[in-house]
Design a binder for this molecule. Structure first.
Ligand code: PHE
Length: 461
C-alpha cells in the first residue's frame, strides 16, 4: 500500500479540523439555541459540555485515525475487529445524511450574498413577507444552489489532502477569522453591546430550561464535527510529531470562540435595533437569513458594508465543513476499495447530491417530499427529518460508541502511547488522567442522558 498522504505543514491538521468544526452550527444554530435558552446559563453549560465531552471525544477520534492512518471503517476494524467497524459505517452514513441537507442550507448563503451586493449598490428594498418561503420553495433554484455547493466541495476534495483540503482551508480560515474579528469590532460600537454582554455572560440559572442542558450536549457534537468520523479521517493524515491533546484543545477553543463571536455579532445588531428583540422569529432559519439582513440595512451604520462580507463568512465556514463531510465518504472509497481519488470524489459527491436533491425539493417544491414526516409535527419534510436524524440520533450514538471503544475496549497502552508520543513532559500525566476519566465516565454518561432524553421525546436539532 502506498504511504498515506499527510498534512503538509505543522498546522495543517488544526486549520483543516477547525474548518470542519466551524460552520453553520456556529453561525446558524448556536446563536438561535442560545437565544432560545435565554443566554448566560446556557452558555456556561455549553462550555462545560465542550470541555468535559467534546474535548475528550475529539482526542479519542484523532487518536484512532492517527494510530491506524486509516479512515473510520478500516481504522475501527484494525483496532477493534469487524464488529466495531459498524461504528465507522454509521459515520459514513451520517456523512451522507448531513451533507445531503447541509449543502442546501449552505446554498442559501450564495443568494444572500448576491442580494446583499445588489442592496449595497442600489439601495435596500425590504423583501415581502413571503419572499423567503417562495425562495426555498423554488425547486430548480434550490437544486442549482446545492449543486454549486456540492461541486465546489468536490473540486477541493478532488485535489487531495495537501493540495485540496489543506491549501483551501489555509486561505478560507484566516479570511474567515479576519472577517469575524472585523465584524465583532464593528458591532462593539453599537449601543446594543451592553445588553449583549449581559445576556451572554450574566448567567441566571433560573431561566435555563432543563432540556437546555441536554441541548447543549447535543450541539457540542454537531458543532465540533464529532460522532461521525470526520476527526478520525483528518487525524489519519496527521503525522506522529504532532501533539493530539494540543491540537484537539486548539480546535475546541477556536470553534467555541467563533460561536461566541457569532452571538456577539448577531445579538448586538438585534439589541441595537428598536423593538426587534421582541419580534425575533421563532425559527432557526429566520435569524440568519431573514432578520439579520433586514436589520443590517435598516438600522446599522455601515450595514451595507457588513452584510455582503458577513455572508461570505458564512459561506466559507460552510464550505470548509462540507469538505470534511465529503472527505469521510471519499476516504472510505479510497481506503476500502482502492479507488483513485478522482473517481472516489466523483462517486461520493454524486451519491451525496442525490440526497441533496431530495432535501432541496422538500421545502415546498414537491408536496410529497415536503410533507413527509417521521418525527411528527414541526419536522415535516426531508430536510428537517435528516437534520433531526443526524443531530438527535446519529451523532450522539456514534459518539457514545467512540467513548466506549476508546475508554473501555481499546488497550490502555495504545491510548497512552499515542498521547504520550509528543508530550513526554510532566503535563502528560495530568492530561492523560483527565482524558481517561472523561472518556470513560463523564462523556458516556452525559451522552446516555441525551440519548434517553431523545428517546423520551426531546428534540435537539
Ligand atoms: N461542525 C459543522 C458545523 O458546525 C457541521 C459538521 C458536523 C461537519 C459533522 C462535519 C461533521 O457546522
Amino acid at each position: 500500500m502506498a504511504t498515506r498522504e499527510n498534512w503538509g505543514t505543522k498546522i495543517g491538521f488544526i486549520i483543516a479540523a477547525t474548518g470542519s468544526a466551524v460552520g453553520l452550527g456556529n453561525l446558524w444554530k448556536f446563536p438561535y439555541i442560545t437565544w432560545h435558552n435565554n443566554g448566560g446559563a446556557f452558555v456556561i453549560i455549553y462550555l462545560i459540555s465542550v470541555v468535559l465531552i467534546g474535548w475528550p471525544i475529539m482526542m479519542a477520534e484523532i487518536m484512532i485515525g492517527r494510530k491506524t492512518q486509516e479512515s473510520p471503517v478500516p481504522a475501527l476494524e484494525i483496532l477493534g475487529g469487524k464488529k466495531w467497524s459498524i461504528v465507522g459505517w454509521l459515520g459514513v452514513l451520517t456523512g451522507f445524511v448531513i451533507l445531503g441537507y447541509y449543502t442546501v442550507i449552505a446554498g442559501w448563503t450564495i443568494t444572500s450574498f448576491i442580494s446583499c451586493i445588489k442592496w449595497s449598490f442600489s439601495g435596500y428594498v425590504s423583501p415581502s413577507d413571503d419572499a423567503f418561503g417562495k425562495f426555498i420553495g423554488n425547486g430548480p433554484l434550490q437544486l442549482l444552489l446545492s449543486f454549486l455547493f456540492m461541486t465546489a466541495t468536490a473540486l477541493i476534495i478532488w485535489k487531495g489532502v495537501k493540495n485540496g483540503i489543506e491549501k483551501s482551508t489555509r486561505i478560507l480560515m484566516p479570511v474567515l477569522f479576519a472577517i469575524l474579528i472585523y465584524l465583532v469590532v464593528m458591532v462593539l460600537f453599537l449601543p446594543g453591546r451592553t445588553e449583549t454582554f449581559k445576556f451572554l455572560f450574566n448567567p441566571n440559572f433560573a431561566e435555563l430550561p432543563w432540556e437546555g442542558v441536554l441541548e447543549a450536549i447535543g450541539h457540542a457534537f454537531f458543532t465540533l464535527s464529532l460522532g461521525m468520523g470526520a476527526m478520525i479521517t483528518y487525524g489519519s493524515y496527521m503525522n506522529k510529531q504532532e501533539s493530539i491533546s494540543r491540537s484537539a484543545s486548539m480546535v475546541v477553543f477556536l470553534d467555541t470562540f467563533v460561536a461566541i463571536c457569532a452571538c456577539i455579532i448577531m445579538y448586538t445588531i438585534i439589541f441595537s435595533a428598536p423593538g426587534v428583540k421582541e419580534s425575533i422569529s421563532g425559527s432557526t432559519v429566520g435569524m440568519l437569513f431573514i432578520t439579520l439582513p433586514h436589520l443590517l440595512y435598516t438600522y446599522i451604520p455601515f450595514g451595507a458594508t457588513i452584510a455582503p462580507i458577513f455572508y461570505i463568512l458564512v459561506a466559507f465556514a460552510a464550505l470548509s465543513s462540507t469538505i470534511s463531510l465529503l472527505e469521510v465518504i471519499v476516504a472510505l472509497l479510497i481506503d476500502k476499495l482502492n479507488m483513485p481519488r478522482h473517481k472516489a470524489t466523483f462517486l461520493g459527491a454524486f451519491a451525496a447530491y442525490f440526497v441533496s436533491i431530495l432535501s432541496a425539493l422538500s421545502l415546498g417544491a414537491v408536496p410529497f417530499l415536503s410533507n413527509w414526516s417521521v418525527f411528527g409535527p414541526g419536522k415535516e419534510g426531508i430536510l428537517s427529518t435528516l437534520d433531526h436524524l443526524a443531530a438527535n440520533w446519529m451523532l450522539p450514538i456514534g459518539g457514545f460508541f467512540i467513548t466506549i471503544f476508546v475508554g473501555w475496549r481499546l488497550d490502555k497502552n495504545i491510548t497512552e502511547s499515542e498521547l504520550r508520543l509528543t508530550n513526554p513532559d510532566g503535563t502528560f500525566k495530568l492530561t492523560y488522567k483527565l482524558f481517561r476519566f472523561f472518556i470513560r465516565f463523564t462523556a458516556p454518561l452525559a451522552i446516555l442522558a441525551v440519548i434517553l432524553a431523545v428517546i423520551f421525546g426531546k428534540d435537539f436539532s
